[in-house]
Write a protein that binds this ligand. Structure first.
Ligand code: GLC
Length: 793
């Protein structure tokens, strides 16, 4: 441990805390030594000889000497494969079980058995080798027969030489995970992390494969600790459970829409969430919060939310508010609400072991805390010291936890931040979590921590989401969480945890967030400036500029770091930040539309640039740029004193956001950059809605000889009431462009006029619904129209 880490730990938990981490280390090891299963030498078992083959609903069941497998088409591009023996997964992550029965064609000969549906053909041979092909016979994936060793399953998938692998949840690695070794075991790296640390907080075993044959996605529906070795083959090994996985084939859009059907759709956030959030571990009192708000006002900086880290609690007792430091929380939230600012409060699963504390006493009497195999309640160490932890796999515990949110919600807290839910328990060495032998309910069917660990965060978020929904059924709950699993997005956003305040970690942010998005975690963010240190002005600014385009736009920092409010660095930093804040708020109609689309399709608004043209291999490794929706490509500055930046553009015509200069892709070129901006490109054929001072400007980026469709989504900003989608169809020719506008939904268009701003062409004439309309330069202002004909020079 380096000196900085030691100082951080001392500041965070003190000497007593350090002693407890030693005690906990011993206690955890003692328990695990006593109760963990002794594994004597185990045999490696291949499936063995085939004994029977039967048709079942949607597929086939094959029984081998040592194992059996079901292959079932749940839809024409989704296949479920389940190898037994092993416990079936409890379906916490799964959103849909009532799939319409498919009728695949089944063909068998003496050595193999195929099931064929739509464009896909799955063939399993008599040894248990499975080959997945498309209708042209291209091999998309090939699995060797899986091997069973004791309770463990090992599966080796043959990879094509050029195959790229993306996702597997949250990884501090390159975007393409190959080659590399990874573990799925949600982990608090304790202190901070950077490139190369693994595992991290969200280990979702979902990945996307891209090869010459096309793309597919796999979800290993197995929550046991698992390891992935990606080299010539993709070797997956699971510490228990049955070997169940889902494969989804098709285009990028189809894959993610199908995934959303399987593990659920992301939740639509309230509109305020898309603004800027200011946080710091160290805002300790109401006065601190009011001071920060004043700072935003005095510096004319926009802000939508302030976050309360653990210091608002009474001795870190979850669900309490320290009445000395926050004597009038309700008044504070309502004063801030008047200024359009929300308060978000942090919650940890650790409940202080304290007989004078109502939450602990109530939880104990309701028997909701995790226990050891001897029936004793498990004690771990967290911010409050010795603590106990709800067993979120127990329905009664989720319900009890859900009931606790009332106090915070009735004090006017608008959003919830779920932290430390890997679950984390501080330990001086070894695994910083519960003993493996901890007993869990698993909704009544029983299990240990090896199975329940990765599900813990997911289920805490489920309880939190349901609590907020029950308290205010007409509002959209907003939670963001550090840990999770497949399905987390149904309840919460996430952020990338305690990253180091270094240029390396800034650079790492892009592949990490892209990987999360490709694993179904659509809405993410990062601590701007990094968590653990005190970044210099340039690093903070570059981080801020990048995060302007991420769903969660939040500055956060560790206790003891230097102040990091957007004015802390003086000029020119504050002025540049002010402009990026304004830009973010102008983009809210675009961001809100993307959030709505994501809530329907499951596709993250943050995408790797290869989605523009997956056949272009030059894009497969680009991890220093990203797309925000279809229209915007961002190339952040990731190095100190970088005034020239190499840009990679996918095919198509791209406009520089700042000066409308046009660039043709696919291409690579260098661009000079200044401190004031970062390269941003808008795809031709796009429409970029921007809002300022209650007015909307629709920026039109014409394409050449092409048709495109774009849309904008509106509603009240919260709740489940009326909505509208405005669809704009572009028909562009060399010197003219027609735009037709139709809308769906009942929500009234929120502006009396729209400004249409043309980019990259000289406008000479505009006809609105058959009548000429006055233009000013490249702009015209008009009420809603059905047809607009634009003529260019
Ligand atoms: C964890 C969180 C961090 C938070 C701190 C104190 O380290 O990741 O964001 O500030 O706990 O609550």
């Amino acid at each position: 441990m380096d000196v900085r880490k030691i100082i951080y730990v001392l500041r965070a938990i003190g000497i007593n805390g350090i002693v407890r981490t030693l005690q906990y280390g011993f206690a955890r090891d003692r328990v695990d030594n006593k109760y963990s299963k002794r594994v004597s030498a185990v045999k490696r078992l291949y499936p063995g000889e085939l004994q029977s083959e039967n048709s079942i609903k949607g597929g086939i069941l094959l029984k081998y000497e040592h194992s059996s497998v079901e292959l079932i088409f749940l839809s024409p591009n989704l296949i479920q494969i389940s190898w037994e023996p092993g416990k079936p997964p409890f379906p916490y992550s799964i959103a849909k079980s009532d799939w319409e029965t498919q009728q695949p064609l089944i063909k068998s000969d003496t050595s193999s058995h195929s099931i064929i549906l739509g464009d896909f053909n799955v063939t399993i041979d008599n040894t248990g080798d499975i080959c997945f092909q498309d209708f042209k016979g291209k091999i998309l994936r090939r699995d060797n027969p899986p091997i069973r060793e004791g309770d463990q399953w090992n599966l080796s998938t043959i990879l094509a030489p050029e195959e790229h692998i993306y996702g597997l949840g949250e990884r501090a690695s390159s975007l393409n995970l190959r080659p590399g070794n990874y573990c799925s075991w949600n982990t608090d790296p304790a202190g901070s992390y950077t490139h190369g640390n693994d595992p991290l907080y969200i280990g979702t075993p979902i990945y996307l494969s891209l090869s010459n044959a096309g793309s597919y996605l796999v979800y290993y529906d197995n929550s046991f600790r698992s390891y992935f070795q990606i080299g010539d083959n993709f070797k997956a090994s699971f510490d228990g459970g049955m070997l169940r996985y889902y494969l989804i084939f098709g285009s990028f859009e189809k894959i993610f829409e199908q995934l959303a059907e399987l593990v659920g759709r992301p939740c639509m956030p309230p509109r305020w969430v898309l603004g800027y959030h200011q946080s710091r571990w160290g805002y300790r009192t109401e006065a601190d919060i009011r001071e920060v708000v004043k700072g935003f006002e005095e510096h004319n900086l926009l802000v939508s939310a302030i976050h309360l880290d653990i210091d608002y609690m009474d001795g870190f007792r979850v669900f309490t508010i320290n009445s000395n430091r926050f004597p009038e929380m309700k008044k504070l939230t309502s004063d801030l609400e008047d200024k359009g600012i929300k308060l978000v409060a942090s919650l940890n699963p650790a409940v202080k072991r304290d007989r004078k504390y109502e939450v602990f006493n109530q939880g104990s009497s309701k028997d909701v805390f995790c226990k050891l195999p001897n029936g004793k309640i498990l004690s771990g160490v967290s911010w409050p010291g010795w603590s106990v932890f709800p067993d979120f796999t127990k329905p009664e515990a989720r319900k009890w936890w859900q009931d606790q949110y009332q106090s915070l919600l009735s004090a006017g807290i608008s959003g919830i931040w779920h932290d430390m839910n890997e679950p984390a328990s501080f330990a001086a060495w070894g695994d910083k979590t519960f003993p493996i032998s901890t007993s869990h309910s698993m909704d009544g069917r029983g299990g240990d921590h090896l199975e329940a660990h990765n599900l813990y965060g997911l289920l805490m978020n489920q309880a939190g989401y349901e609590a907020i929904h029950e308290y205010a059924p007409n509002k959209r709950p907003w939670i963001f969480s550090r840990a999770g699993w497949a399905g987390l997005h149904r309840y919460a956003w996430n952020w990338t945890g305690d990253v180091e305040s270094t240029w390396e970690s800034l650079k790492q942010t892009i592949p990490t967030i892209l990987g999360l998005g490709l694993s179904g975690h659509a809405f993410s963010g990062v601590d701007i400036g990094g968590f653990s240190g005190s970044p210099g002005a340039e690093l903070y600014l570059r981080w801020f500029q990048m995060a302007t385009f991420l769903p969660l736009f939040r500055t956060h920092s560790a206790i003891g770091t230097k102040s990091r409010e957007p004015w802390a660095y003086g000029e020119p930093t504050t002025g540049i930040i002010r402009n990026f804040l304004k830009l973010r708020y102008k983009l809210i109609p675009y961001l809100y539309t993307l959030a709505w689309e994501t809530a329907h399709t499951g596709i993250s608004p943050i995408r790797p640039i290869f989605v523009e043209n997956p056949e272009d291999k030059g894009l497969w490794d680009v991890e220093d740029e990203f797309l925000l929706g279809n229209a915007v490509l961002i190339a952040p500055i990731l190095h100190e004193k970088e005034y020239k930046r190499r840009i990679t553009l996918p095919r198509g015509n791209w406009y520089s956001f700042w000066d409308d200069q046009q660039y043709i892709g696919p291409s690579q070129f260098e661009l000079p950059v200044t401190l004031e901006t970062i390269p941003l490109f808008i795809k031709s054929g796009s429409l970029l809605p921007m809002e300022k001072s209650g007015k909307i400007c629709i920026n039109v980026y014409p394409d050449i000889d092409n048709t495109n469709s774009n849309r904008i989504y509106f509603d009240d900003g919260d709740g489940y009431g009326a909505w509208r989608v405005d669809n704009f169809h572009f028909n562009a020719k060399q010197n003219s462009m027609d735009i037709s506008w139709v809308h769906e939904g009942e929500f009234p268009f929120p502006y009396p006029f729209v400004t249409i701003q043309i980019h990259g062409k000289q406008l000479i004439n505009a006809i609105v619904d058959g009548n000429p309309r006055r233009i000013q330069g490249n702009t015209l202002i008009t009420p809603i129209f059905k047809n607009l004909n634009l003529y260019f020079e």
